[in-house]
Design a binder for this molecule. Structure first.
Ligand code: PXP
Length: 242
């Protein structure tokens, strides 16, 4: 199972002060050194976390797959054509949302998605479509023939352990089977964490997961010990070093 590390929230932290720290590009390098198979960022229309500058730096430095989540808009397309990431994941975007709220509406907005799929293909950029794990969405995606579908695991992630989570996992499993049968590479993501990622890893057809919030949240906590010790050493000299 490949892991694409979503580093959006490193930029969220930086944008809290609109300064230079922490640099997402540094987080990306460390994530790759730790074995991450790729880096994912979301370029939102409001640029609330990732900035265009980040994308250019990442394009220069990411050694494995750089995947950018973006809405199907002229602005997104123009930036992607300039940056040329390895992969673009088309996602729906609502300005007020805290995070992506669901998969693409491939039934209602099929023509729009098809148009952008063709434009990205023309630009030589691999496209993934973020979709809900239901048969109608998967069938619609198979007809559009992107290289990849990313199944939305938000429902699975939100479900309490037990029958509800098992049922949500069954839906993801069935959608993955259908998508793979339709010739698409199957990825998954959203709300995966240290407690629930194992279930998704058990779905054979899913070859990659994209995880962000849980990883950056864990990194913030596990890094506190070293960060405090290093600051005490600066403040008080080597006698404070553990
Ligand atoms: N996949 C998509 C399409 C997303 O929009 C996001 C959130 O940016 C993720 C995966 C990662 O979700 P999380 O931050 O909950 O791990």
């Amino acid at each position: 199972m490949r892991l694409s590390v979503n580093i959006d929230h490193v930029a969220t932290l930086r944008q809290a002060r609109k300064g230079r720290d922490p640099e997402p590009v540094t987080a990306a390098a460390l994530a790759e050194l730790a074995g991450g198979h790729g880096i994912t960022v979301h370029l939102r229309a409001d640029r609330r976390h990732m900035q265009e500058r980040d994308l250019y730096l990442l394009r220069e430095t990411v050694r494995r797959t750089l995947n950018v989540e973006v809405a199907a808009t002229p602005d997104g397309l123009a930036v992607m054509k300039a940056v040329k990431p390895d992969q673009v994941t088309l996602v729906p975007e609502r300005p007020e949302e805290l995070t992506t709220e669901g998969g693409l509406d491939l039934l209602g907005r099929r023509a729009e998605v098809a148009e952008y799929l063709a434009l990205y293909r023309e630009a030589g950029i691999t496209v993934s479509l973020f979709i809900n794990p239901d048969a109608a969405s998967v069938r619609a995606a198979v007809k559009l023939r992107p290289a990849i579908v990313e199944l939305n695991t938000a429902e699975y992630g939100a479900a309490a352990a037990g029958a509800a989570r098992d049922a949500a996992l069954d839906r993801v499993r069935e959608a993955a089977r259908l998508a793979a049968k339709g010739g698409l590479a199957v990825h998954a993501g959203h709300d995966l964490n240290y407690l629930n990622a194992g279930g998704i890893a058990s779905v054979g057809e899913i070859v990659e997961v994209s995880i962000g919030h849980a990883l950056v949240a864990r990194a913030a906590l596990t890094g506190i010990d070293a960060a405090v010790r290093e600051m005490l050493a600066r403040l008080n000299g080597s006698k404070e070093e553990a």
